[in-house]
Design a protein around this ligand. Structure first.
Ligand code: CA
Length: 250
């Protein structure tokens, strides 16, 4: 496999970034691949690169990428087949890149499981903007599972994992976590949480939400250095869960 400069590199380990968001660029045009890798690294992401479907398949077998920037036309096949595989596994978000801008090709791309689509040539700021927008979305993993950076939940089984480790939560803690993950990126008012999850009217005194938020932060290690998923206090409003992808490279 190759990095953006075309040099050989070792297999990345299963979790080389301590939970940091890792991206994969699959593009056979060497120059464009180098530009994409450099630009996305400058935007604060950890990035691997592949020039063929075979290389991409190999990398995806070792690493759970948060997002794959995927060229549709590759020398050893159609990027759509990798999109379908990743989509079936339900892990990565997929941003499809292609020179073909006909509507039928776009439809085929979305049917293959692309989350977003960009036709070449494109402006780099538009690419980074779309990458950020996609990373802010939680990934639906199968029917009842939702994943945001380090945390995955199963809403049917009412279980939560932090970096793959099952984390015991109380019923209320789980409900609060699921509610905030489903509203990822939005400031959710404390009053709304009280009404929706505790069936209480806000009396201006209750700190029950704050206590549960504290428990979630502690149990899921949301304030640990290098953690990408944040549960932030929005002063005077409530709480916002969001993915902070601006963590600097080492
Ligand atoms: Ca190509």
């Amino acid at each position: 496999m190759i990095d953006g400069s075309g040099n050989e590199r070792a297999h990345p380990s299963k979790d080389p970034d301590n939970g940091r968001v890792r991206l994969l660029v699959v593009e056979d045009d060497e120059e464009l691949r180098a530009v994409l890798v450099r630009g996305l690294r400058e935007a604060g992401h950890a990035v691997d690169a592949a020039g063929t479907l075979a290389e991409a398949d190999e990398l995806c077998a070792y690493t759970d990428y948060a997002l794959v920037v995927l060229d549709l036309g590759l020398p050893d096949g159609d990027g759509g087949s990798l999109a379908r595989t990743l989509r079936a596994a339900g892990r990565a978000r997929i941003l499809m890149l292609t020179a073909r801008d006909r509507l039928t090709e776009k439809v085929a791309g979305f049917e293959a499981g692309a989350d977003d689509y960009l036709t070449k040539p494109f402006d780099f700021p538009e690419l980074t903007m779309r990458v950020r927008a996609l990373l802010r979305r939680p990934v639906t993993v199968g029917g009842a599972q939702l994943e945001a950076a380090e945390v995955r939940i199963d809403t049917a089984a009412r279980k939560a994992w932090r970096s793959g480790v099952l984390t015991p939560l109380t019923t209320r803690e789980f409900s609060l976590l699921a509610y905030l993950m489903e509203r990822l990126g939005e400031a959710v008012p404390r009053t709304e949480l009280l009404e929706q999850l505790w069936d209480m009217n806000y009396d201006g005194l209750s700190n029950v939400v704050d206590v549960h938020v504290g428990n979630l932060r502690r149990k899921l290690d949301l304030n640990a250095p290098g953690t990408v998923l944040n549960l932030e206090t929005v002063r005077g409003v409530g709480y916002r869960m969001h993915i902070d992808t601006t963590a600097p490279e080492d």
